[in-house]
Design a binder for this molecule. Structure first.
Ligand SMILES: [Zn+2]
Length: 843
């Protein structure tokens, strides 16, 4: 075990301003740099200790206030702790100094630090981009620095690059001067005081869309050549978000311009560098005519998320990485608020239920973790970026907001940001601001949600004149002992109320139409008595969509934990006939799909028949073509129902029709609605063969949007053919798949019902090559669908293999994925036959 103290820099020398010059050589994949850092020496020292890794420091010196230069007599590296130490032959006295250093490094291929991204230009030649990803702890790969979030400073950056390249950094360019040899020095304004992980440099042959006006600031999109048709939506969504957040926070945007850059190779979704936000291409560039509603919404979500960070994260920053949830949960929460205002017709808070459900799936494991817990090493900091930080974190903020009221909550946020601007905070600072605004004991209510893993289930028990609410720790495998202060909203008839359910049971007078978790925003499950559940199911359509969603999600969770039979779940989702919300259908269908994975192939036809019964009539009524004036969500629902009927329902008629529509879409992409096109590609893929596979790869190469590229690659991975699946694994090993995409592609292949076992064997026999095909921080994600490998022999083999061959930095993640797998092994054991009998009886 490491401790945080081992990794923290001594606080003897504190930086306040960096003057940085970087000169990348894109062809050679190297860079040189120099820096002058204004520092305060707070106690006499003979050594100055900074972070640096994979950097060669040629020389360093400290200059005192009188201008006397003290060269470092030794430059020593501590690779384990990613440090460089400059030693001096005399003591440096307290006071103001300047540290100067010159250094060189590499543009690496690991998608972190100062790194290389490549793309093919129109002539098929490889072009190189130099770009940065510093969060969590990789600024130290680009320049020696005090690389901790609370050692904030200002940054005055100069980039020296080839004259035909575009270069951007965090702040506006103030000058661009030729410096000989075909190079230009771009000098940028000094930034606000901020953390090192937010510094950015991006250099390449970019085209620029915009600027447009965004709340009074110039907003531009940078992309590789030939993609200008994909930038409109990001300009629109970005301008809206900057305006929205300025108003919500009641603080103007803290930068001086805003560039959003699409980077072809990107490990995460996007990165909130102040004024120079970088994105994976699918998260920024989109063809409005050919994208599904889901893909459009993702772009809007990610943009809103990153821009929410300009204040929450950039202006006010967590003190240390244990507090990263505060940044990420809040940005996720605000992303939803912003996009809900941008496109109310998209009902983002309903879609958010999926995100909550995913994190509850992990948080119901014994191997979960608290949202906030101690972090020491860089590896541990990177491990924090998971569904508990983002999903659970944002969901408990939403629960709190709905309990306190939206205006009170917003006023608390304004108070918090104004008080801590340009500074750093801990979780309690947020609670203090919300307490001051609401008068409620927010810290006391929230501490269980933040410092304990897991969540409760509230059992609703009928009493003489109402109900008793009791909580217990919900877990899929075996109960836990924790309790929470549960902010509970409820309804009975037209009476609405709120109450905190603590360790003691709460009794309420209510009628038989009693509903708990009103609005569906709670991070807990509800267990109703059978007759209440039946009554709610009867009046299903009268519930809010999010309430219908949670009712289904909670029932499904109880099937996974073994507390309810799958037959009860199937009966409940039978009430969905005519449901018009794709997200509500989606949670039901995902449960049915999981059942399809654990039932034997002999019994599967009975389940397929049941699925056809559920969705067939509604899908037929919707047809293959959108009707005039239809909403985006209706179009999404059509795609979902058709795909479900064709794949999960194995409906041959739909499969044949899908092939015709696919041919039509292939010859004229714009002739077919985007959500229908996506569905038919999915249906053809799931029922296709090697010819289809070749066609998908060809379509991927010819794709004109990042979403289409992903769509066709995903389709290729869905083809149920061991040979084509093997070819994809070989492509990953040969570097023919971008390293940023290898993790999700492998996850899908491993989870594939038919080809997964073959792929798993291949993955094991090429283990090192597979790991090296992905950036280190992405490797764990290849395990995302191992839960589907619940076949007894394979599940045990996966367990053993991952125990003997751990993925570095992914212990917790692996443990969670293995437990999710064990939950499904249990489901298979319980339901495999029991469910088949029920389905047989029904037919
Ligand atoms: Zn974020």
């Amino acid at each position: 075990m490491t401790t945080e103290a081992e990794y923290r820099l001594p606080r003897t020398v504190i930086p306040s301003r960096y003057e940085l010059t970087l000169a990348p050589d894109l062809g050679a994949a190297t860079f040189t740099g120099s820096e002058v850092v204004e520092v305060s020496v707070v106690e006499p020292v003979r050594r100055v200790v900074l972070n640096a890794i994979e950097l060669e420091v040629a020389e360093a010196a400290m200059t005192d206030a009188a201008g006397v230069v003290h060269p470092a007599v030794a430059i020593e590296y501590d690779e384990d702790r990613e440090r460089v130490e400059f030693a001096f032959d005399s003591e440096l006295a307290p006071g103001e100094w300047k540290l100067s250093a010159s250094f060189s490094g590499i543009l690496n291929d690991n998608l972190h630090g100062f790194y290389r991204s490549t793309y093919k230009d129109a002539d098929g030649n490889e072009q190189v981009i130099a770009t940065t990803q510093f969060e969590a702890t990789d600024a130290r790969r680009a320049f020696p620095c005090w690389d901790e979030p609370d050692l904030k400073a200002t940054f005055a950056v100069t980039l020296v690059v080839d004259e035909d390249l575009v270069a951007v950094s965090n702040a506006a360019e103030v000058s661009a001067e030729p410096v000989g040899d075909g190079k230009v020095a771009h000098q940028y304004a000094e930034t606000m005081k901020m953390a090192t992980y937010l510094v950015a440099f991006i250099v390449g042959d970019f085209e620029i869309a915009g600027p447009v006006d965004a709340a009074g600031f110039p907003l531009r999109i940078l992309h590789t050549p030939g993609k200008s048709h994909l930038a409109d939506f990001a300009l629109e969504a970005g301008a809206f978000a900057l305006e929205y957040f300025g108003e919500y926070y009641d603080i103007p945007y803290p930068g001086d311009k805003l560039d959003m850059i699409a980077v072809p190779d990107f490990a995460w979704g996007a990165m909130e560098n102040l004024g120079a936000v970088t994105y994976r291409e699918t998260a920024l560039l989109v063809d409005k005519k050919r994208a599904t509603q889901d893909e459009m919404a993702r772009v809007a979500d990610v943009i809103a998320h990153e821009l929410a960070h300009m204040w929450f994260g950039d202006l006010v920053t967590m003190k240390w990485w244990n507090g990263i949830w505060l940044n990420e949960a809040f940005a996720t929460f605000m992303e939803l608020k912003c996009v809900d205002a941008f496109r109310p017709d998209w009902k983002r808070w309903l879609t958010f239920a999926n995100f909550r459900a995913q994190s509850m799936d992990v948080d119901g494991l014994t191997s979960t973790r608290p949202i906030e817990f101690p972090v020491a090493s860089p590896e541990e900091a990177n491990a924090m970026f998971d569904t508990l930080t983002y999903g659970k974190g944002s969901a408990v903020l939403r629960m709190l907001e709905q309990y306190l009221g939206e205006d009170t909550f917003r006023n608390g946020i304004r108070r918090y940001l104004k008080k801590h601007a340009y500074s750093n905070t801990e979780t309690d600072d947020l609670w203090a601001a919300l307490e001051a605004e609401s008068g409620e004991p927010v810290g006391e209510i929230m501490s269980g949600w933040i410092y304990q893993g897991g969540y409760p289930q509230i059992d609703v028990v009928a009493t003489d004149d109402g109900y008793r609410l009791e909580q217990r720790h919900f877990r899929f495998l075996g109960g836990g002992e924790e309790t929470w202060q549960v902010p509970t909203l409820y309804r009975s008839g037209t009476d609405e109320g709120r109450v905190i359910v603590g360790a003691e049971a709460v009794e309420l007078r209510a009628g038989s139409d009693f509903l708990v978790n009103r609005g569906g925003d709670g991070f807990y499950r509800i267990n109703y008595p059978a007759e209440t559940l039946q009554q709610l199911a009867t009046g299903f359509a009268g519930l809010e969509p999010a309430e219908r969603y949670t009712l289904i999600a909670d029932t499904w969770a109880n099937v996974l934990s073994g507390d309810k039979a799958a037959a009860e779940f199937i009966e409940l989702v039978g009430a969905l006939d005519g449901e018009d919300e794709p997200d509500v259908w989606g949670i039901a269908i995902s449960g049915l799909a999981e059942l399809g994975r654990v039932i034997s192939s002999d019994d599967r036809p009975a389940l397929q028949a049941r699925v056809r019964e559920m969705v067939g009539a509604q899908a037929a009524e919707m047809g293959w073509d959108p009707k005039p004036g239809e909403s985006d969500l209706t179009r999404r629902l059509r795609g979902l129902l058709l795909r479900t009927l064709g794949n999960l329902g194995d409906d041959t008629e739909t499969q044949q029709a899908a092939r015709d529509v696919f041919d039509q879409a292939t010859s004229d992409r714009d002739a077919v609605d985007a959500d229908v096109a996506d569905a038919v590609i999915g249906i053809v893929a799931a029922n296709g063969g090697s010819d289809d596979f070749d066609q998908f790869l060809g379509l991927r190469d010819a794709a004109t949007s990042p979403q289409d590229e992903v769509r066709y690659l995903r389709a290729a991975a869905a083809v149920p053919d061991r040979e084509t699946a093997t070819r994809l694994v070989e492509m990953v090993l040969a570097g023919e798949i971008r390293s940023q995409d290898a993790n999700w592609l492998l996850a899908r292949l491993i989870g594939h019902r038919d080809t997964g076992p073959t792929v798993w064997e291949l993955v094991k026999s090429n283990w090192d090559g597979i790991l090296n095909a992905m950036p280190p921080q992405n490797r764990r994600r290849m395990l995302d669908l191992i839960q589907y490998r619940s076949e007894p022999g394979i599940a045990a083999d996966i367990q053993q293999w991952l125990t003997e061959n751990p993925i570095g930095g992914a212990d917790k993640y692996t443990e969670q994925q293995l437990e999710r797998l064990r939950v499904r092994v249990g489901l298979r054991e319980r339901e495999g036959e029991r469910l088949a009998d029920v389905l047989e009886d029904a037919t």
